[in-house]
Write a new protein. Sequence first.
Length: 380
Amino acid sequence: MPVLTDPVAVTQALIRHASVSPDPGPAQHTLAAMLEALGFTVVSLPYGDGAERTPNLFARLGTAGPHICFAGHTDVVPPGAESAWTHPPYAAEISDGILFGRGACDMKGGIAAFVSAVARCVEQGGVPGSISLLITGDEEGPATYGTCKVLEWMAEKDQIPDYCVVGEPTNPAAMGDMIKIGRRGSLNAHIVVEGVQGHVAYPHRADNPVHKLLSVLTALRETPLDNGSEWFEPSSLQITSMDVGNTATNLIPATAEARLNIRFNDLHTGAGLKGWLETICRQHAPTARVNVRISGESFLTAPGAATDHLVQAVQTVTGRTPKLDTGGGTSDARFIANYCPVAEFGLVGASIHKVDEHTTLADLETLTVIYKTFLEGVMA
């Protein structure tokens, strides 16, 4: 077992498990052993069946308040062609002060920094409240049997924390750049317009679905959703594909379909946007079918005492005042926000999901000190 006060050694131990989503389990077993060595009570919470079976764990140290939780994930995205990597993706090699490996910053490095922060607190006599970790093996995938399921269990067992920090790599360029206090919602839509196939020379004998679909998409694009809100940028609708499956130049196709994504702020709900899409479709293509999947609603944790302590910890350690932001993609914080206040802060994310994903040893140490400073401040 690595020295738990050393975030570099802990990160290396976790990277060496090839835990492509969903994590098959060994990375969680290694983490559980580390936490048990620190005095945590660890509960294994696998959910799902067969190929979808997902390992999760909940660990808690202490029972007093305040209860601060760290949330994260041990699963990673595939490395792609391993031959393209300068250093093997699961070797956790160090070169010139940089640690390479899949998951180095997303987010095994974040987990390691929190473990080492807690280990240093324990070494110095502990903290007056209690600390927990919610770690899933299914964040990069569908997230069906991960954090959302563990939260249901936590609610049943009266284990919901007072505040949660998610260790996602939130900093664009340098440690101390940014804390995420919310995220936009995400809606995916599949629109199918049926027509009547026919020869292009005889359009009166056909019904071109492409023209109707274009009218729908034009109307959607020409209608601004909003101008943004206090903490959120304007909502964004992006058409991601348009297909007819037709390679013939003299054929009006029978079907046309499109896919789009809406990243929406706190001025909207997924249900409201679904209704808006259906209304536009009825106006321009009355028989169109609209299938909608809402990945998550927007959420916001308004600045408060706990977030203030996190900001102060970042300022103390880095000398920077982090921007409080809600941009970017979604994360498992969208599930946690339904149960308690949550913010996200971790490493620099410039190399996530890329070949040669990496983090610096200095950043790992900085994040560890920030987490420790935060815990000491929020529990004082």
